[in-house]
Design a protein around this ligand. Structure first.
Ligand SMILES: NC(=O)c1ccc[n+]([C@@H]2O[C@H](COP(=O)([O-])OP(=O)(O)OC[C@H]3O[C@@H](n4cnc5c(N)ncnc54)[C@H](O)[C@@H]3O)[C@@H](O)[C@H]2O)c1
Ligand SMILES: [Zn+2]
Length: 370
């Protein structure tokens, strides 16, 4: 392991495909080459990045890979979810072929969740699978999308409709990258951090309720928070790699969250919507006697402390119609993840009528109160 890397935390992930390490720390970008060499080996490295991240970090990563003996080729794709599409995917795999990549080459995804998902899917598909190393640069990518092996692109019909399970060979999260994120994008990523805390860690929850995360805060602190989130996701995913049961608990806040996201025409960030979803379900759960009294106020305080919204005034009928369109729907029922308490969640199969009641009790109720 690298000696000159600060605040290094190593999380080991065991999967059926392969075990891999998630390294979290600062100044890790300069170690990408040696770490990829140790974890994967190979001859050529193909770096995928985007037009925001590339100018900031590509040169350092390419230099590090070259120093470790890799022939390095890179592609910079336009930044943004609107480019997580088939045509960009086509451009990436064509460039991989043109660069003469073989099955002993490695793809390095340097960017947020969009780059991670697309580079991951390109690596899963090219020659039926080459190794991918995830180098997440956004908070969301560090705590969520880079771990778990899901890769995807969007279609006209919906988000993430084409993809593959393809586990990374290594994940390197350099928390120093967080300082250059747009502040709104950083705060948006905290939505999933709060979700993880509600799901599995009462201490983390209390810490988040007391201290807002800062993107240029103490790197050791940030590394510890990111590493704890990776562990939480790892623990859930390890128990259910293919999303058959337990992994659904990661959807906490997402049934209502996705509905808010769609109803806002994707103007509100995903993490903001998850935060609203967490609070809305907690308020409804309390009204229905499904959770500890006082839980919704605790969750609202934590969400507010992190600068995220706790409610929406979007019309209930609109939210319901989007919520039942959610892909997690099974027949006439929807699987709704409900917290009974912090670090104690339940998957409830609710009818459309019950979901309507959840929305009625949970949404706009905090706004009415204030
Ligand atoms: N595969 C999974 O399991 C999984 C899980 C959750 C989300 N996702 C996917 O992740 C995507 C969202 O990820 P995201 O929020 O990282 O979006 P993103 O990749 O679009 O990044 C957000 C913005 O920040 C910029 N950026 C990233 N890192 C930066 C840095 N260090 N400095 C400056 N700018 C930087 C990007 O260029 C972009 O403009 C969605 O497409 C979602 O579907 C996947
Ligand atoms: Zn999410």
């Amino acid at each position: 392991m690298s000696k000159n890397t600060d605040n290094l935390q190593v999380i080991k992930v065991i999967t059926r495909e392969r075990p891999y390490d998630v390294l979290v720390g600062s100044n890790l970008l300069d170690q990408v080459g040696t770490e990829v060499r140790t974890a994967v080996g190979g001859d050529a490295a193909f770096v995928v990045t985007d037009t925001n991240v590339g100018p900031l970090y590509l040169r350092r990563v390419e230099q590090s890979l070259a120093d470790a003996g890799y022939r390095t080729v890179s592609i910079t794709i336009p930044a943004g979810e609107q480019h997580k599409r088939l045509d960009t995917f086509g451009t990436i795999v064509e460039a991989m072929a043109e660069a003469g990549l073989t099955r002993s080459s490695v793809v390095v995804a340097l960017g947020g969740g969009v780059v991670g998902d697309m580079a991951g899917f390109a690596a899963a598909s090219y020659m039926r699978g080459v190794c991918v190393v995830q180098v997440p640069t956004s908070l969301l990518a560090m705590v969520d999308s880079s771990v778990g092996g899901k890769t995807a692109i969007d279609l006209d019909a919906g988000k993430n409709l084409v993809g593959a399970f393809h586990q990374p060979s290594l994940v390197l999260a350099d928390v120093g990258c967080l300082s250059t994120l747009h502040p709104d994008v950083f705060v948006d990523g905290i939505g999933e951090v709060v979700k993880h805390a509600v799901l599995a860690d009462a201490d983390l929850f209390d810490e988040l309720a007391a201290h807002p995360l800062s993107q240029d805060g103490d790197p050791a602190y940030l590394a510890r928070i990111v590493a704890r989130n990776v562990e939480i996701k790892r623990n859930v995913v390890a128990a259910d790699e293919r999303e058959l049961g337990l992994r659904q608990t990661l959807n906490l806040g997402h049934t209502i969250g996705h509905a808010v996201e769609a109803a806002s025409d994707f103007k509100l960030g995903h993490g903001h919507c998850v935060a609203i979803g967490l609070c809305a379900v907690a308020r409804a759960a309390e009204g229905l006697g499904w959770c500890e009294p006082g839980l919704s106020t605790r969750i609202e305080r934590c969400v507010e402390a992190q600068g995220l919204p706790i409610d929406t005034d979007l019309p209930h009928e609109m939210l319901l119609s989007f919520a039942v369109r959610d892909k997690k729907r099974r027949a006439s029922h929807v699987n709704l993840v409900v917290a009974r308490d912090i670090a104690d969640v339940d998957i409830r199969s609710v009818s459309v009528e019950e979901l309507a009641r959840v929305i009625e009790l949970g949404c706009a109720s905090a706004l009415r109160r204030s």
